[in-house]
Design a protein around this ligand. Structure first.
Ligand code: SAH
Ligand code: SF4
Ligand code: F3S
Length: 417
C-alpha cells in the first residue's frame, strides 16, 4: 500500500466518522420530540362542572394533556381534544352536560378526528356512562372518577376504538402533578370520598369511601407550593375535611394537619372546604383561632333548620348542636365569616318545617348561603322516600329563602345587625 492509499483510506474513515456523529445527534434530537410529535399544534379544552374537587382534578387532566403535546384553547370549535369533567350532584348539572355534549355532534361530523371525552362523577354511575355511549355515538372516551390519572393511556388507546372504563374504587394518585390554573390560590387535595351517606347525596356513590392522603405527602406538596412563591393562598380540599385522618389510624387529625401546615415557613394564607358540623370539633376551632395563617372563614353546611328533616337527611346533628357550634366559633373567633348550604323541599318537608330553616338563617345571620331545591338522585335513600315535594313548592321555598338572605345581607351592609 502506498502512502497515498493510506491517506485516502484515512480521509474516507474521517468523513465516515464525522457523518456518523452528526447522524447520531440528529436521531437523538428527533427522539426527544418524537413522543409528542403527533400532537404538536393540537389543542385541548376541559369543560368543568361541579365542586372545587373537580376544578382541581381538571388541573391534573390539563397537565396530562400538555405532557402529550396539546396546548390549551378556550374555543371548543378549534379544539382537537374536548374533555367534559362532569358533576352529578343535581339533575340540573347533569342536564347541562347532556346538552353541551349533544351540541358537539355537528363539530364531530365536520372534524371526525377530534377526540371527545366525558369523565367525572356523572360517568362513575355505570347506567349514565352507558346512556352517554348509546345516546352520543360520537363520544370517544367515557371514564369514571378513579381513572383520571391514567388519562394519557386512554388517549393513546382511542386509536383502537372507543374507550369505556369505570373503576369501582381507586387509590389517591400521587404520581401525576397539576397544572395549577388559579393565579393566587393553590388547591391541595387532602382526602377523597365520603362516608357520611346523607340520604339525598350522590357523592359517596361516585367518589367512594374516605381515603386520606398521608400527612407527609401533603406537607411536601405544600412546601413545594410555598417555595414557588406564586400563590398567596392554599385551599385544602375534601368532602368532609374534619374527618381527615380517621381512616389512616396513625393518630392523624385535621387539627394536627392544620397546625403542622402553619409551621411551614413562608408567606401564605390557609383555608379549607368543606366542613361537616358533626365532625367540627373544638380542637379545629381552637387551631383556626390560634394560627395567624388560617383565614377566619368557615363554610358549614346546615342543610335544614328542622330536627326531623335533619334526621331524615342522616346529618347526625340537631339544630341545637349546630347553633352551639356557631356560638363556639363566634366566641373564639369573633370576626369569623360563616357561610352555609341549605336544601329546601326535602321529601315530606312541611311548611312549618321549612320555616325552621328560615328561622335558623335569621338567627345565625350568615355571611352568605347557597340554597338548593332538593333534587332526587337515583340510587340514594331519599329518592325512594314517600312524600316527594312538587317543583312549584320547592321553587317558592327556595325563593323565600333567597329573599330572606338578601334582606339579611342588606341589613348587615346598612350596619343594623
Ligand atoms: N361535602 C359537602 C357538600 C358537597 S355537595 C358537605 O357535606 O357539605 C354541595 C351541596 O350540594 C351540599 O351541601 C348540599 O346542600 C347540596 N346538595 C347535595 N345533594 C343535593 C341534592 N340531591 N339536591 C339538592 N342539593 C344537593
Ligand atoms: Fe354528600 Fe353528606 Fe358526604 Fe357532603 S357529607 S358529600 S352532603 S354525603
Ligand atoms: Fe359534583 Fe362530584 Fe363534586 S357530584 S359536587 S363534582 S364530588
Amino acid at each position: 500500500m502506498t502512502k497515498t492509499d493510506i491517506r485516502h483510506i484515512l480521509t474516507i474513515f474521517l468523513i465516515f466518522l464525522v457523518c456518523f456523529i452528526f447522524s447520531q445527534k440528529y436521531i437523538s434530537s428527533l427522539a426527544k420530540i418524537d413522543k409528542n410529535l403527533y400532537n404538536i399544534g393540537m389543542k385541548y379544552i376541559i369543560i368543568t362542572y361541579g365542586c372545587q374537587m373537580n376544578v382541581h382534578e381538571s388541573e391534573k387532566l390539563a397537565y396530562i394533556c400538555e405532557k402529550l403535546g396539546y396546548t390549551p384553547t378556550d374555543k371548543r370549535e378549534e379544539a382537537d381534544l374536548i374533555i367534559f369533567n362532569t358533576c352529578a350532584i343535581r339533575e340540573g348539572a347533569e342536564d347541562r352536560v347532556f346538552g353541551n355534549v349533544g351540541a358537539l355532534k355537528k363539530l364531530k361530523k365536520m372534524r371526525p378526528n377530534i377526540i371527545i371525552a366525558v369523565c367525572g362523577c356523572m360517568t362513575q354511575k355505570e347506567q349514565t356512562a352507558n346512556y352517554i355511549l348509546r345516546t352520543f355515538p360520537f363520544v370517544d372516551i367515557v371514564l369514571g372518577t378513579f381513572n383520571l390519572a391514567n388519562f394519557a393511556h386512554y388517549i393513546e388507546a382511542v386509536k383502537t376504538g372507543r374507550q369505556l372504563e369505570i373503576l369501582k374504587e381507586g387509590e389517591i394518585d400521587e404520581t401525576v402533578p397539576y397544572k395549577r390554573s388559579d393565579r393566587d390560590n393553590a388547591w391541595v387535595n387532602i382526602m377523597q370520598g365520603c362516608n357520611n351517606f346523607c340520604t339525598y347525596c350522590i357523592v359517596p356513590y361516585v367518589r367512594g369511601r374516605e381515603k386520606s392522603r398521608k400527612e407527609e405527602n401533603i406537607l411536601k406538596e405544600i412546601k413545594e407550593i410555598v417555595e414557588q412563591k406564586k400563590f398567596k393562598k392554599i385551599t385544602l380540599l375534601g368532602q368532609n375535611v374534619n374527618s381527615y385522618g380517621q381512616d389512616l389510624k396513625d393518630g392523624s387529625t385535621f387539627s394536627k394537619l392544620l397546625s403542622d401546615i402553619c409551621k411551614i415557613d413562608g408567606d401564605f394564607s390557609l383555608t379549607f372546604m368543606t366542613s361537616h358540623p358533626k365532625d367540627l370539633t373544638s380542637d379545629v376551632i381552637d387551631v383556626i383561632a390560634k394560627e395567624k395563617k388560617i383565614l377566619k372563614e368557615i363554610h358549614l353546611p346546615a342543610q335544614s333548620g328542622n330536627n326531623r328533616i335533619l334526621a331524615l337527611m342522616n346529618r347526625r346533628y340537631t339544630r341545637e348542636k349546630y347553633l352551639s357550634i356557631i356560638k363556639e366559633i363566634r366566641e373564639k373567633i369573633p370576626n369569623c365569616k360563616i357561610t352555609s348550604d341549605f336544601i329546601v323541599g326535602f321529601p315530606t318537608e312541611t311548611e312549618e318545617e321549612f320555616k325552621d330553616t328560615l328561622s335558623l338563617v335569621k338567627e345565625v345571620k350568615f355571611d352568605g348561603i347557597f340554597a338548593f331545591m332538593y333534587s332526587p338522585r337515583e340510587g340514594t335513600v331519599a329518592e325512594k322516600m314517600e312524600g316527594q315535594i312538587d317543583q312549584k313548592t320547592k321553587k317558592r321555598r327556595v325563593n323565600a329563602l333567597l329573599r330572606l338572605e338578601k334582606e339579611i345581607q342588606e341589613e348587615k351592609r346598612n350596619g343594623r345587625k
